[in-house]
Design a protein around this ligand. Sequence first.
Ligand SMILES: [Zn+2]
Length: 255
Amino acid sequence: MLVTAISVLYMTAKVSTMVMTNIQQYFPNPTEESAFIVKTASTLATLGFNSENTLPVISVCRDEICSSFISAIEASWGKSFSLGGLAGLPFGGKMEMTVANNHAPDIHDRKRLVIYAMVHIGFGPQGEVGGCVRPGMKELNSACGALIAYSGYTKDEDKELNRIFTDDGEYGLLIYRMEKAIKPGDNNLLEVTSAALAVIQQDIDRLTSKVIDPHQTDIAIITGTQIHLPGENLVQPSHCWTLINNQRQDINFIA
Ligand SMILES: [Zn+2]
């Protein structure tokens, strides 16, 4: 009973101003996730994207704490197409990007996709990096678990093929992609998270350039970091851009 009460307190209490100031050293412009989605939708509406002519595509981690972000996107854009996997990396790849493009509404002047691709990280009540309060759990948990595992990963070549082709394929792919960006073992979680976001951005860039015909489909790409605090989820936007009528333009969603 006491544990439940503490969990509820954690879930509803917000971090102190001092803790928030520390977090803003790393993420200077965080916005509450629902407000962020509304802002992106209203900005993109001025560029021709709306819930009737646009399919939302989402690449976020499988973690249940990312689900409210998906709900917020679907509240603005309608039912979404899932592209992502562990840590938010777009493991659906070229195949699923192609399918998403095939599913985009085509009864209007052009097809349109809006792609939200995010890495994520938790902070505990005292600003513990990687800490995550989860309902019903006695102790402070963590996020992103896959990136924390990668931070402590020790390479074992003999196990790698087994890992990819048997029981842990997606984590094996995560190791393969992340090793090109940052070596495991001697980095902190903030550095690994930043590297994972760079991987997500590179992969989304490459996949869209391979799959999307810019003469037929307009796209909006929104990347950043989901930040989980006790009682609230925030978004720190990063690189965001549109490709409309084959013209690429950056968008700044920072308030
Ligand atoms: Zn995760």
